[in-house]
Design a protein around this ligand. Structure first.
Ligand SMILES: [Zn+2]
Length: 267
C-alpha cells in the first residue's frame, strides 16, 4: 500500500513541475494512468485539494452511500496508509513534502513551521499561485507558513468554506488547499460514530461537493484536478471511551483518497 506522502510527487507529475527536494515517495501510477486517459499528454493547470481531518477508510466502509457524490466528482479511489504516528501534523507534513516524518521532522503532535522543502515551495518556484485556506491555528494553518503563497486563516469550517468559494469565484489560484476539522473535533469529544460526529462527517462531504461544483463551473475551460485527501482515520479508545488516533491500528492508518481529473474540452 502506498503512503499518503505520494500526494506530493503525484501532483508534481500531473502539473509537470519539479518535486520538493526531500520528496522520496513514489508518484501514484494509478492516478497518472487515469489522468493520461483523460488528458493525454496535457498538464493539469488547476488543482483543488479538500483535506478533511480524520475521515478514514472505516467511515467509507460503514457509510458508502454517503460517498456517492464524492465519487461522482472524484471517481478514482486510492487506498493509502497514513504516516506514523497517525497525528494530523505528522500526516499533513508528509502529504505536502513527499517525505517521511524522520525527514520533515514532525514526529509527534506538534506544529512547528516546517524548515524543509515543501510542495508549496515547489509550486511557487514554478510560478504557481497558491492559497491555503484553513482554520486558525490548525496544523495546516501553521506548519506551512513562511512560503511565497497566500494564507487565509479563518474562525472555523463554515468561514473556511465560504472563503474558498469566494477565492474560486474571484481569484485565479492554480492550487487551493482547503482544510476542515469538525468531525475530528467532535469525535475526540465523543466517539467516531456519535450522531453529532456523523453530522460533522456529512458536513465535510457536502462542503466538498459544494466547493467542487463551484471549482468545476468556474474553471471549466482549464484542465484540472480535484482531490479529497484526509490525513488519517480514528478508533474508539477503550480506556477513555472516546474517539482517538495516533496509533498503528488499521482504523487510524487506512484512508481513501479520491481523485477527479477533468479535461477542459469535455468537462
Ligand atoms: Zn484528531
Amino acid at each position: 500500500m502506498s503512503s499518503i506522502s505520494s500526494l506530493t510527487p503525484t501532483i508534481c507529475s500531473l502539473m509537470k513541475i519539479d518535486p520538493p527536494l526531500n520528496s522520496t515517495a513514489e508518484s501514484l501510477k494509478i492516478v497518472q494512468d487515469y489522468a493520461a486517459n483523460i488528458l493525454g499528454e496535457k498538464v493539469v493547470e488547476k488543482i483543488l485539494i479538500y483535506a478533511p481531518d480524520a475521515i478514514g477508510l472505516s467511515l467509507y466502509n460503514d457509510f458508502k452511500d454517503d460517498f456517492i457524490t464524492v465519487e461522482s466528482i472524484a471517481p478514482l479511489k486510492v487506498l493509502l496508509k497514513a504516516e506514523l504516528p497517525t497525528y494530523t501534523p505528522v500526516c499533513f507534513g508528509s502529504m505536502f513534502t513527499g517525505a517521511s516524518p524522520e525527514v520533515h521532522g514532525i514526529k509527534k503532535y506538534e506544529k512547528p513551521v516546517l524548515k524543509c522543502d515543501t510542495l508549496f515551495d515547489a509550486l511557487s518556484r514554478a510560478n504557481k499561485k497558491v492559497a491555503i485556506v484553513a482554520v486558525t491555528n490548525s496544523s495546516i494553518d501553521l506548519i506551512f507558513k513562511k512560503r511565497a503563497i497566500d494564507y487565509y486563516s479563518l474562525e472555523y469550517d463554515p468561514q473556511v468554506n465560504e472563503m474558498t468559494q469566494l477565492l474560486i469565484e474571484e481569484k485565479d489560484y492554480d492550487f487551493i488547499l482547503v482544510y476542515n476539522q469538525e468531525y475530528d473535533d467532535i469525535m475526540h469529544a465523543s466517539t467516531p460514530r456519535d450522531p453529532k460526529a456523523l453530522d460533522a462527517f456529512r458536513n465535510h462531504l457536502s462542503a466538498f461537493n459544494k466547493i467542487s461544483n463551484t471549482f468545476n463551473q468556474r474553471l471549466q475551460k482549464k484542465n484540472r484536478a480535484i482531490v479529497f485527501a484526509p490525513d488519517h482515520g480514528t478508533h474508539l479508545d477503550a480506556n477513555t471511551g472516546k474517539g482517538a488516533h495516533g496509533t498503528d491500528l488499521k482504523e487510524d492508518i487506512e484512508v481513501n483518497h479520491f481523485w477527479g481529473i477533468y479535461n477542459k474540452n469535455n468537462n
